[in-house]
Design a protein around this ligand. Sequence first.
Ligand SMILES: NC(=O)C1=CN([C@@H]2O[C@H](COP(=O)(O)OP(=O)(O)OC[C@H]3O[C@@H](n4cnc5c(N)ncnc54)[C@H](O)[C@@H]3O)[C@@H](O)[C@H]2O)[C@H](O)CC1
Ligand SMILES: [K+]
Length: 271
Amino acid sequence: MFLCARYVGQQLERNPHMIGEDIEKDSGFEHRPVLDVADVAKLEQAIAAGGTSLAELMERAGNAIADEVQAQLAGPAPVVVLCGSGNNGGDGWVCARALAQAGWPVTLVTPRPAEALTAEPAHSAALKALAAAQTNQLPLTVLVAPNAEQLKLGLNEAHCIVDAILGTGFSGTEVREPYATWIKLANQRHESASSRKPAEDAGAVCLVAADVPSGMSAQTGLAAQPCIHADATVTMIVYKPGLVEPEAARWTGSMKLAPLVNSIGRYSDAL
Ligand SMILES: NC(=O)C1=CN([C@@H]2O[C@H](COP(=O)(O)OP(=O)(O)OC[C@H]3O[C@@H](n4cnc5c(N)ncnc54)[C@H](O)[C@@H]3O)[C@@H](O)[C@H]2O)[C@H](O)CC1
Ligand SMILES: [K+]
């Protein structure tokens, strides 16, 4: 098979709505395409040069996360989408728009107003989400730089939390503020809801990570302080090496691949 630096034979779940046909099956096992983070960036540029823009990739990424949220819950329920200021956050803005368009009440948390984001295509994705929300009166509320109490209130209403804080651009052994607080509060809400006895259970809270759990290095799989504890991680285009490390499952939960494009093999010259 083409392109991929290495394959890890493990059972793999796939979302039928996700685009792509590049996974090889072998006796009930699927081989996971794995690429270094630096090569993923090259691959994205090659895909864009081939006619599928970065904005379109982000659109597909955000929709794949929204599909996963909808698969985790029985029907429309409040969702909090935590968005960082980079392109991982951009995936979150698209996801929030897609869920709100499907009638799900969404609270999006951002450190800066949409107009003040500088990463592209995240900035454009955020403006598009706000315009759609305004034009179509979507159930989308935006919380800009909330303090811990405001964030806790929002999270307490959530039946699902989407972690789109940090992706492949994360580095270091500590997550800086405000994201460290966001991660701790998201984990607390997730864990306290999951540890309730059935009789008091108002419904479990799912935690879905975009591309990689925030605080985990996509390249090495090492978790910084703090790190998101996800139920499911939807990773984009290919697996990154850290995600297939045995210790990573503790942070990623179940791993799902959103290939975003068909036949990535045709971009192999870019690597
Ligand atoms: N490239 C594309 O078009 C697509 C990307 N996708 C998604 O984008 C992310 C990668 O985005 P990038 O902007 O490169 O980085 P991040 O958003 O992951 O993070 C940048 C952000 O993080 C801050 N940061 C770094 N280290 C720390 C730290 N220790 N503590 C706090 N903050 C930190 C840094 O300052 C930047 O602000 C990729 O994962 C995908 O999710 C789309 O999926 C496809 C199109
Ligand atoms: K993330």
